[in-house]
Design a protein around this ligand. Structure first.
Ligand code: ADP
Ligand code: 5GP
Length: 219
């Protein structure tokens, strides 16, 4: 039932941007996939553009839009990226158009982006953003996960492990910090965070104001 107790359409809740970040290998892609598989969670993934080579398991247009460095520069210079960053020697960015369209329709959008992109989006739209940082249970386990994933060359894994310490140091930028030891537990925590963030007053200010007016009018 709408908040005002009638069958009228209430003003749509503002769309929420849920950002997941972690050092490479801590599990955010796995968590993202699990979140998207649950229809009831009702999130849409922002598909980034990247100049990184496609991994064997990845599909162009689904996991990323794989582009050349020239095309990336074109998008960036035309202002078509909401944020962008160099990560592990490649360029990554969030196409602005799809995100604006989804938020405009009151849809919630999930981002798998690094701390640099998180900083850029947060500084522009703080109230519409919830940020979650995923940590590995240990550095040894992080290495083991990168090796088990077996999708990157050894030198790429080494570079990502080197970068991990710098990324982990950014944890204070995030609203929530989770240690991804048990995958189901972490998924439950992210789901709970999303549920609470969706209920925040700022996201449905107009609907609450209307409802409170009807309460006041009841005398
Ligand atoms: P990221 O996207 O952060 O780089 P992935 O989601 O690709 O990380 O996870 C890296 C590897 O670790 C994958 O093989 C994944 O199956 C595994 N993994 C993720 N979370 C857990 C967990 N809680 N316990 C054990 N293995 C995990
Ligand atoms: P991967 O190459 O493992 O898919 O991603 C490497 C890193 O780039 C991860 O930390 C991931 O979150 C980040 N990343 C992916 N897409 C984007 C993006 O559009 N913008 C930014 N800033 N980082 C991204």
């Amino acid at each position: 039932m709408p908040l005002d107790g009638t069958t009228q359409t209430i003003p749509p809740r503002r769309g929420l941007m849920l950002i997941l970040s972690s050092p490479s290998g801590a599990g955010k892609t796995t968590l993202t996939r699990m979140l998207l598989q649950k229809e009831a969670i009702d999130l849409t993934l922002s598909v980034s553009v990247t100049t990184r080579p496609r991994r064997p398991s990845e599909v162009d247009g689904v996991h990323y839009h794989f582009v050349t460095p020239d095309r990336f520069r074109e998008l960036r210079d035309a202002g078509e990226l909401l944020e962008w960053a160099e990560v592990h020697g490649n360029s990554y960015g969030t196409p602005r158009g799809p995100v604006d369209a989804l938020l405009g329709r009151g849809r919630d959008v999930l981002f798998d982006i690094d701390y640099q992109g998180t900083q850029q989006i947060r500084s522009r739209a703080r109230e519409d953003v919830a940020t979650v940082f995923i940590l590995p249970p240990s550095m040894r386990e992080l290495r083991a996960r990168l090796e088990r994933r077996a999708e990157d060359k050894p030198e790429v894994i080494a570079r990502r492990l080197d970068a991990a310490r710098n990324e982990i140091a950014r944890w204070r930028l995030y609203d929530y910090v989770l240690v991804n030891d048990d995958l189901q537990r972490t998924l439950a925590d992210v789901t709970a965070i999303l549920a609470a963030e969706r209920l925040k007053r700022v996201r449905s200010e107009a609907a609450v104001a209307g409802f409170v007016e009807t309460l006041a009018a009841e005398g």
